[in-house]
Design a protein around this ligand. Sequence first.
Ligand code: NAP
Ligand code: NAG
Ligand code: NAG
Ligand code: NAG
Length: 343
Amino acid sequence: MALEVLFFGAGAIGAFYGSRLALVPNTNVSVICRSNYAAVKANGFKVTSPQYGEYKWTPTRTFNSPDAARQSGVSWDYVVVTTKALPNVSDDSKLLEGLITPKTAVVLIQNGLGVEEPYAQRFSKSSILSAVTIASAAQPTNGHIEHNRWTRINIGPYYSEPTSTAARSQATEQNRVLVDLLQRGGIKDAKADTHEKLQWVRWHKIAINAAMNPSSVLSGGTASQAMSLDSELYRHLKGVMDEVLETAPKVIGTPLPSEFATSEALLRSTQKNNSGSKPSMASDWEGGKPMELEVILGNPIRLARAKGIEMPRLQTLYALLKKKEANRSEKAQKKKKESSSKL
Ligand SMILES: NC(=O)c1ccc[n+]([C@@H]2O[C@H](COP(=O)([O-])OP(=O)(O)OC[C@H]3O[C@@H](n4cnc5c(N)ncnc54)[C@H](OP(=O)(O)O)[C@@H]3O)[C@@H](O)[C@H]2O)c1
Ligand SMILES: *[C@@H]1O[C@H](CO)[C@@H](O)[C@H](O)[C@H]1NC(C)=O
Ligand SMILES: *[C@@H]1O[C@H](CO)[C@@H](O)[C@H](O)[C@H]1NC(C)=O
Ligand SMILES: *[C@@H]1O[C@H](CO)[C@@H](O)[C@H](O)[C@H]1NC(C)=O
């Protein structure tokens, strides 16, 4: 019997990692698409990458909705969630009901903090695996995945509540198998972590994302390197990073592991990084799409608050950006109303 893997939200990250897993013998990889469904159903994916070359990938099955996946009746070993994490827009965990059994491992490859919790609550009998990736990928046209660089992916089990030894060993084993499959698919820097370590990886990535992403949007789409070379912005970015790195130990309960880069080291490498690219949040804003504000800013703030800690720099960015986004959607709704009342 083949291993059955389902990617929910086969965009840039989902289709890239899916196409690598699909290379492993005896592994069927299916996808749930949305706006790219027609293109993928007709022609599959074309992936281009400086590291892996250009190749085509036709998923085992291509669905246009979770409902279609349910109707297939397949029993999934892994359901990998690679939608954008937008809990304020939709609770994607709800969409997966009926696809998850106690033997299914739910894998989240998403940015931000607290993305696991809705899945852990809803699918409390299944393993939840949490993944953080450092990669640069995009889907410039439907079905064409551009992998630009980096393939780092850390995956660890996520335990919401005190978990039995049996449940922990099942999750750890499913985690090990997934990392092994990714490595066999050519992702050499896939790495298995523990729950605690993976939470540190998430917080450390938030130090970068919470600093760079909102600041780029608020400064009109400035690239990361340009921000890090501006002296006032440098102070601001370092302040945000330090706020996250000083808060994380108090929330996680263990000190910052020494292998993680300090704010100075992160900013030094950004200063040398002349890719000219801007954070994804700036591209989302410019493309009129919702920003991952809740998981990058809101959840860290709330997790800290639950421990009696305020994060004033993150809170300022969060308040301003939420209002910026609300203002845009109110304007868009008004426009829609006006044009429909003219009809
Ligand atoms: N891209 C990167 O380089 C990168 C790097 C590190 C981390 N990440 C993180 O990885 C996650 C995924 O990012 P991404 O860049 O891959 O985003 P993306 O290209 O927008 O892919 C998300 C996909 O999910 C689909 N989707 C959303 N809701 C759906 C639904 N209800 N049913 C079916 N399909 C649905 C979207 O369809 P539509 O097109 O219809 O919206 C889209 O194809 C994010 O949390 C991001 O922050 C990305
Ligand atoms: C799933 O994989 C098995 C073994 O590799 C293969 O025989 C089978 O045809 C695949 N299923 C589909 C629907 O392609
Ligand atoms: C270089 O810039 C890109 C785009 O902003 C970013 O994703 C990446 O993490 C940066 N690399 C380093 C080493 O800082
Ligand atoms: C949104 O911003 C515009 C100016 O860009 C302003 O005129 C409008 O009143 C704002 N809307 C809301 C609901 O605050």
